[in-house]
Write a protein that binds this ligand. Structure first.
Ligand code: CP
Ligand code: NVA
Length: 310
């Protein structure tokens, strides 16, 4: 079992390469049911943005571990009426065993975590989406076995998913290339962090040339062009991002064995074509399933779940 008891997951950089590797191994064991774990704890979900996968996979993961989940919709709590985060954090801390938060500002998540003694998990902020990347790396590992030395190319908006992918790939010993239009690059402090983790072993490359980035790559990855909170920019972004669509043409530049990932929800005809999303190289449904296994491993490790001996 990975030694993560009581730890927060605010950024993927909170993990060491070894902790990440052990977490993926635990997820594999849980998925194959080679190992069964139990923990009778309570998870709170405090989500200020929409969610299908993260909400449901966390809920099912907790149920399968023998725990309970409380959906703390901000609209039906005092959060939406302006109760300070510091106060909410110290109160929820006394009821729950672990809290997953989906919000806008990373700073709000960090404030929450600094006031709550229980573990706090980043279930997506504007800056990062670490739980998504656990599932992505698990999927890549299932497809290729040893993932160190592989190259992942992310094409599109330099958003939360791109930021966490750079950290995740660097921690996993993978090369990562991020192709975005100029002005839409990933967060530069995270680029620096990823480069520091990668050292001279692997590459963290930024470019505005999607074809250069896709060439010979083992994994092509994309996400929406306008994230939650950027809805008013969506129309203006369409022409800017059009050259960054994952199409059959772009995919043909990648390694012939390459797989295509997308965190979902997808906008067919925008960041990815229908043919690629539904094509033989797409692994998006396996990727979505792996949210469950990866987060179950995360919860079990953070909460110190016990092995069920049969
Ligand atoms: N990929 C992802 O986080 O999906 P949801 O927004 O549906 O949770
Ligand atoms: N970048 C997207 C990811 C959704 C899962 C967003 O933040 O809306």
């Amino acid at each position: 079992m990975v030694a993560l008891i009581g730890r927060d997951l605010l950024s993927l950089a909170d993990f060491s390469p070894q902790e990440l590797q052990e977490l993926l191994q635990l997820a594999t064991q849980l998925k194959s049911q080679e190992l069964k774990l139990h923990c009778n704890k309570v998870l709170g979900l405090l989500f200020s943005k929409a969610s299908t996968r993260t909400r449901v996979s966390f809920t099912v993961a907790m149920y399968q571990l023998g725990g309970q989940v409380i959906d703390l919709n901000p609209n039906v709590t005092q959060v939406s009426r302006g109760e300070p985060l510091q106060d909410t954090a110290r109160v929820l801390d006394r009821y729950l065993d672990v809290l997953a938060i989906r919000t806008f500002a990373q700073q709000d998540l960090e404030t929450f975590a600094s006031y709550a003694k229980i573990p706090v998990i980043n279930a997506l902020t504007d800056l990062e989406h670490p739980c998504q990347i656990l599932a992505d790396l698990l999927t890549i590992q299932e497809c290729f076995g040893d993932i160190s030395g592989l190259t992942l190319t992310y094409v599109g908006d330099g958003n939360n998913v791109a930021n966490s992918l750079m950290l995740g790939c660097a921690l996993a010993g993978m090369n990562v290339r991020v192709a975005t239009p100029k002005g839409y690059e990933p967060d530069l402090s995270i680029v620096e962090q990823a480069r520091a983790i990668a050292g001279d072993k692997t590459e963290v490359m930024l470019t505005d040339d999607p074809e250069l980035a896709a060439k010979g790559s083992t994994v092509l990855y994309t996400d929406v062009w306008a994230s939650m909170g950027q809805e008013t920019e969506a129309d203006n972004r369409l022409p800017i991002f059009q050259p960054y669509q994952i199409s059959e043409e772009l995919l043909s530049l990648a390694d012939p064995e390459a797989i295509v990932l997308h965190c979902l929800p997808a906008h067919r005809g925008e960041e990815i074509t229908e043919a690629v999303l539904e094509g033989s190289q797409s692994r998006v449904w396996e990727q979505a399933e792996n949210r469950l296994h990866a987060q179950k491993a995360l919860l079990a490790s953070i909460l110190g779940a016990e092995q069920v001996l049969s």
